[in-house]
Design a protein around this ligand. Sequence first.
Ligand code: HEM
Ligand SMILES: [Ca+2]
Ligand SMILES: [Ca+2]
Length: 292
Amino acid sequence: QLSSTFYDTSCPSAMSTISSGVNSAVAQQARVGASLLRLHFHDCFIQGCDASILLNDTSGEQTQPPNLTLNPRAFDVVNSIKAQVEAACPGVVSCADILAVAARDGVVALGGPSWTVLLGRRDSTGSFPSQTSDLPPPTSSLQALLAAYSKKNLDATDMVALSGAHTIGQAQCSSFNGHIYNDTNINAAFATSLKANCPMSGGSSLAPLDTMTPTVFGNDYYKNLLSQKGLLHSDQELFNNGSTDSTVSNFASSSAAFTSAFTAAMVKMGNLGPLTGTSGQIRLTCWKLNSS
Ligand code: HEM
Ligand SMILES: [Ca+2]
Ligand SMILES: [Ca+2]
């Protein structure tokens, strides 16, 4: 059972250390706020929120396709925050909790809503590369997206709300080339402008996931979907004459509705399969297991 006060006596400086670390990293590169949010998502969907994504095993989760595009800066930020937290409270604060708090602080640093992060997760004692397939690829259909979230006990509203994370951050050409060259449910001028930096063959050049406000957290992502300006195939699937159209319209017209659904869904996602009590370990260094 996670609790918001978990470190109040064991490490009272933990929360402020994490938020200062995130704020200074975001001030240097706004994208890091997005990258930290994505890192927490990729952690939670693979075996639960247990920092398994942070282990840099040579054949671990980090080597699997959906994780190859995680921004390396986000790992650096987490590792450096962890070192500062360890200096104040050795062996107390888990890497999994640092990820959950840093995701929230990244959203807040980019102008998004805050929420209470529940704490007390412990860190995994292994990496789970084969479970990386629980992360849906950007070529997914609506049906596949709904199924991937349903497997994590997240419903359609949670799925649409969490996808609103794409109001910030960037994607590589290889993640959206199929959508801009092959799909017809895309604004023609938008597709043309993206093709200038993204050849049909793909590549690593970056484009913002939210063409309106790439470094501001808000509901513009849904407004883009209404005008067929979703960057990923999977983004536009949420508004493509299917069962989630009405939720997209609602979030596009009400930022309050989006905020309340997003923050509730983040708490739900943060509760996925946590290790608690004496399970797992409190890693001393986030990228490797404690030596036994
Ligand atoms: C619905 C299923 C999802 C799919 C298919 C998906 C897919 C992707 C892809 C392909 C990228 C770009 C990777 C690249 O090319 O560099 C991306 C970026 C991103 N995703 Fe998702 N995503 C999904 C859900 C989520 C969720 C639930 C969150 C967080 C709550 C999230 C947060 C982000 C963020 C913030 C970025 C930008 C990261 C950066 O700039 O470093 N995504 N996503
Ligand atoms: Ca994990
Ligand atoms: Ca935005």
